[in-house]
Design a protein around this ligand. Sequence first.
Ligand code: F0G
Length: 404
Amino acid sequence: MNHEVRCFECERLVPDPYLDECPTCHGKLYVKMDLEGIKETSPQEFASRPLGVWRYAPLLPVERSKAVTLQEGGTPLYKCKTLAEKASIKEVFVKFEGANPTGSFKDRGMTVGVSRAVELGCKKVGCASTGNTSASLAAYAAKAGLGCIVLLPSGKVAVGKLAQAMFFGAKVVMLDGNFDDALNVVRELARQGHLYLLNSINPYRPEGQKTVAFEILDQLNHEVPDRIILPVGNAGNISAVHKALTEYAELGWINKVPKLTGIQASGSAPIVKAFRNGERDYRPEEHPETVATAIRIGNPVSGRKALKAIYDTDGTAIDVSDEEILAAQRMLGRMEGIGVEPASAASIAGLIKLRQMGEVDWDERVVCICTGHVLKDPETVIKSCEPIIQSKADAASVLKAIGG
Ligand code: F0G
């Protein structure tokens, strides 16, 4: 085995594969990779394999030959000139995670998480979700032939995500409560042995998610960017990116680490509040609310890991309003042709705001991770665009209707 599972807080070994926290101190878990075996190699040696999650198999805790894969990862890194001008910054890239098989970054974690479930011989998997995790898990469970149960917050899941979870054959349960409630319930079901839990509290999930950082470095020819900006909900992704960078630094494959910058929606910003107060822990938000339903989370399970990621990399965290999120979403679509869902646009809104605040310098090289596809949430898009023009079916009427 090339890894072991340990407690993030007390570092104790946690050999029971079904626990979702440390039995001694209740800290969250993480996978400690044995990096000794690959110290002599270099990331350039991985380059003969296609860009994607499994290019980085030597840094993953599941064997590539046993992977349940839909060819996830390998997403575009767009250099965005117009956005750079708009944000008045020298260079900005968008890592478009909407190009993953189910349209979000969750597929990176799910290929590893579901592969682990199969390795353990589990027959049923489950998660709580604001939508994307459920869509992704449903697809990978289908591929692996596993039963799948997803718990969703009632009325707050974007229609594209809901359709995916149903389409891929998951049992979809809407709960009277928010994501945080749903996560508590699914953890309980997992503890009772009804399912294998595949939220990002499962330490194998972030292992797949960390590959987004490896890809960014490959795509930038290993010129480390100054900053990586990403939306924060349950805080799994920012912690995973931090882990990736820490491993590359430990291997001596990078000599600096980008400033990790987390963006939350104003109505749902426990990490930002903790960061502002210089705290290492956060207070849960009782009633999180935002148009960016993907990050409508008040009690982020990886919140402590996220704060460590931000402090350790000299990064920052700010919140953006729903209006700022929707404006950034539209701008990215209209100026760069990149369609992202509202939560993903938070990273763009965050960049613009941080530049206005003078917290990001003009000459920084910034990568914004945009986590999900615009088609995930068509209702929000339609509401925020100009109304559709109705016309009779002849050329003159159309010209009249569009104003010539
Ligand atoms: N962006 C999108 C599109 C998401 O779906 C999520 C999380 C995030 C950002 C935040 O990532 O939780 O790792 O900090 N979605 C989860 C879900 C919670 O259930 O789909 P995070």
